[in-house]
Design a protein around this ligand. Structure first.
Ligand SMILES: Nc1ncnc2c1ncn2[C@@H]1O[C@H](COP(=O)(O)OP(=O)(O)OP(=O)(O)O)[C@@H](O)[C@H]1O
Ligand SMILES: [Mg+2]
Length: 215
């Protein structure tokens, strides 16, 4: 199952949600899970050194002559049971996005993709072709307006809930016409774990509880 996470506006919590979801799937699935980082922030969030491997950008740039297992061989260890496909350097060449989507979709492990903000190019191809297309958003008018104008429809929403917003999960569902499958509170414990690069080691309980519904 390919699960693409994306947002309509920066800083919505997409990388944290995608990473936490992948960590949960890795813990509970027998064969582990894969996290594909198209935005480039996953190593920082997991407290890993900056990667130096070709990553997805290198695989895309290499064209069609690479061995069939080339993508799998690029996987890096991210956490117990979790393999990461890092972004790599340079542009994400567009022309093999559909092949990448097909390969990731055929993986027997759950595959989570951090597609970043307002996905375009390869990230859009993956988000549009994924079995689950998860919009991560705050319940604010500007984000929802942008989500409505996005070039793809999500299949579901993970809501980042901040105090003080007048819009709630019901409003988001009505506005976008898809279900809110999890509501993640803005929680200082999450921000601290991310800042310390300890999300894998100390996945905050509230995040686990909420995202289990979406896993
Ligand atoms: N549930 C949360 N509670 C508190 N802080 C959070 C939460 N989720 C994310 N953050 C914080 O918000 C910031 C942005 O999170 P994140 O990097 O996941 O957003 P993003 O949508 O991926 O951003 P970008 O658009 O830059 O890719 C980070 O500093 C992170 O620590
Ligand atoms: Mg991000």
């Amino acid at each position: 199952m390919l699960i693409a996470c994306w947002s309509s506006k920066g800083g919505a919590g997409t990388t944290v949600v995608a990473t936490a979801l992948a960590l949960l799937l890795a813990r509970h699935g027998e064969g582990g899970a894969v996290l594909v980082d198209l935005a480039g922030d996953v190593p920082a969030v997991l407290g890993l050194p900056e990667p130096d491997d070709p990553g997805v950008a290198g695989w895309l740039a290499a064209g069609g002559d690479v061995p069939v297992d080339a993508l799998t061989r690029l996987e890096q260890p991210g956490a117990p049971g979790l393999a990461i496909l890092t972004r790599g350097r340079g542009p994400l060449a567009d022309d093999r996005g559909a092949v990448l989507a097909a390969l990731l979709g055929a993986d027997p492990r759950p595959v989570v993709v951090d597609c970043g903000t307002a996905p375009a190019g390869v990230a859009l191809t993956l988000a549009a072709g994924a079995g689950r297309s998860v919009l991560v958003t705050r319940a604010c008018f500007v984000s929802l307006r942008r989500a409505q104008a996005a070039p793809l429809r999500p299949s579901e929403v993970v809501l980042l809930a901040e105090p003080g917003h007048s819009l709630g999960a019901r409003d988001v569902e009505e506005c976008l016409g898809v279900p809110v499958v999890a509501t993640v509170d803005v929680d200082p414990a999450v921000a601290r774990a991310v800042d310390a690069g300890l999300l894998a080691a100390r996945l905050p309980r509230a995040l686990v509880r909420e995202l289990r519904r979406a896993a």
